[in-house]
Every structure is written in structure tokens, then in C-alpha cells.
Design a protein around this ligand. Structure first.
Ligand code: NAP
Length: 239
């Protein structure tokens, strides 16, 4: 991982050299390279780490915040395959999508309260919503994990994540989850495809590099964003 990645800058490359243990075989039924990358790359591998961290049993009830996004579209299908009862949060335009991917219930907002009678065994926060976390004692089972991917590897040390726990305001375990690229988690994602759990590859759109980053920065992608490096946005000189 480069220094640029730690600083949140990242790079796009056509080719990369990897050790053999860091790759996985493309599963049967996935025909093209982009689909394989969209399923077994960041989305599938982060989902693998999340599923491993949550240790959910059949019929337990997780909440997925950001179920329609690049990670959420895979995680939702995998949770459905595991036979748990999924409640999904995303914007209304994506309700039909998340239900099709396997969500049993849909919520339009992260503003939940204990009067709803909703009780979850785990919360997957793919958006990084502090309000959802600080109010979690109202709807997350004691012992239930709050799994966050937005904060990155140092999320545990962020003041607003540990201070409420320390002060007793949010007595739920804040668990930052970070997926380092690995052949093991990519292989796990490949087995989900072969089991038929992942039925759909959701593509937001194919963009030029500049447009792809602009879309990514909105935090409102539906499924995966693809970059076609040969596409060029017309270059304009500001006058
Ligand atoms: N820790 C790790 O290893 C790791 C790995 C991958 C990604 N990440 C991080 O995790 C985050 C999610 O990644 P991603 O690729 O899934 O992002 P994404 O493709 O941009 O998706 C974000 C999703 O969140 C939903 N959303 C946005 N704002 C929301 C809000 N206020 N309330 C509820 N839902 C909201 C959007 O759905 P609607 O438009 O339908 O609302 C969208 O589907 C990013 O911050 C990314 O950097 C971390």
C-alpha cells in the first residue's frame, strides 16, 4: 500500500504485480474482467471481512446502512445467502434494488428510535453515520457489533468514536473494519458467486477517469463505478 493510499489519494493502474497468494481464480459464470474486479475486488473482499467480523447466525437481524453502494450491493446479497433477516437503509430511488438484492425490510432514514421496536444483532455502517452510532443502544442488541468501514483502520482512535464509549454514552462496541487486499477474501467472494448467492453485478456507470472520481466523491454511487481509461472528458480552458 503506497503512502498516497494512506493519505486518501489512491491511483489507477492498468497492470500490477502481485504475489500468488494475493490472487483468486475468477469463478465460473463471471465472464469479463470488469465484472470479476467489481465482485472480487474491494466490494467482495470488504464484504468477506465484514461477514467474518459479524459472525451472524441464521435468522439474526442485521441493519445495513448504505446497502445500495459499491460495498453494500455485494454485502446485501451475501447476507441474504446466509439466511439472515436484513433491514437496508439507502435513498428511496434504490429501495426496489436493495429489496431485489435480498433486503427483507427497507428504511429511508438513519433516524431510528427505540419506539420503532427495531432491534438488531449487528449494524453494518457503510456510510459512517455518527448519529446511527451514538443512538445505537436504542436499537442494537447489547453485545451486538457496530461495524464501520468508513473510518478506516484508525477509526477506533477517533475521539468521537471512543469518547462516548468511555463516558458511558454509547455502550456498544465500535468496530472499525478494514480490508487489506488478500487472495483469501477474494476466494471467499468467489465461492459466494459459485453458490449462487451473488446474482447481480450492479454497475453505476462507466466513466472517464475524472467523472469517476467526481461520482465517487458524491458518496451516492449505486453499485460499482467503472473507469474506462480510454474515455476522455473534453478539455475546456476556463475563460
Ligand atoms: N474499510 C475498508 O476497507 C473500506 C473498503 C471499501 C470502502 N470503504 C469506505 O466505505 C464507504 C462506502 O464505500 P462504497 O464503495 O460502498 O461507497 P459508495 O459506492 O459511494 O456507496 C455509498 C452508499 O451509501 C449510501 N448513502 C450515502 N449517503 C447516505 C446517507 N446519508 N444515509 C444512508 N445512505 C447513504 C448511498 O446510497 P443512496 O444514494 O441510495 O442513499 C450509496 O449507495 C466509503 O467511505 C469508502 O471509502 C472502506
Amino acid at each position: 500500500m503506497s503512502l498516497g493510499t494512506w493519505k486518501g489519494q489512491g491511483v489507477l493502474v492498468d497492470f500490477v504485480v502481485l504475489p500468488a497468494h494475493a490472487v483468486a481464480e475468477v469463478p465460473r459464470g463471471v465472464r469479463d474482467g470488469p465484472a470479476a474486479a467489481g465482485l472480487l475486488g474491494v466490494a467482495g473482499q470488504t464484504s468477506a471481512v465484514l461477514v467474518q467480523a459479524a459472525q451472524l447466525r441464521k435468522e439474526q437481524r442485521p441493519l445495513v446502512n448504505g446497502a445500495s453502494g459499491g460495498v453494500g450491493y455485494v454485502l446485501t446479497q451475501v447476507l441474504a445467502g446466509l439466511g439472515v433477516h436484513i433491514t437496508a437503509i439507502c435513498s428511496g430511488k434504490n429501495e426496489d434494488l436493495v429489496r431485489r438484492l435480498g433486503a427483507d425490510e427497507y428504511l429511508a432514514s438513519t433516524v431510528l428510535d427505540s419506539d420503532d421496536g427495531k432491534q438488531f444483532d449487528a449494524i453494518f455502517d457503510l456510510v459512517g453515520d455518527r448519529q446511527l452510532y451514538t443512538h445505537s443502544p436504542s436499537y442494537l442488541d447489547l453485545g451486538g457489533k457496530y461495524l464501520d468501514i468508513e473510518a478506516g483502520p484508525f477509526g477506533r482512535f477517533k475521539l468521537d468514536n471512543w469518547l462516548p464509549v468511555f463516558l458511558g454514552g454509547t455502550p456498544r462496541a465500535f468496530t472499525p473494519v478494514f480490508s487489506y487486499p488478500s487472495g483469501k477474501s477474494a476466494t471467499e467472494a468467489a465461492t459466494w458467486v459459485e453458490k449462487g448467492w451473488i446474482k447481480e453485478m450492479v454497475t453505476d456507470s462507466v466513466y472517464s477517469m475524472e467523472e469517476a472520481y467526481e461520482k465517487l466523491a458524491t458518496g451516492r454511487a449505486t453499485g460499482k463505478i467503472f473507469v474506462n481509461v480510454s474515455l476522455r472528458r473534453p478539455f475546456r480552458i476556463n475563460s
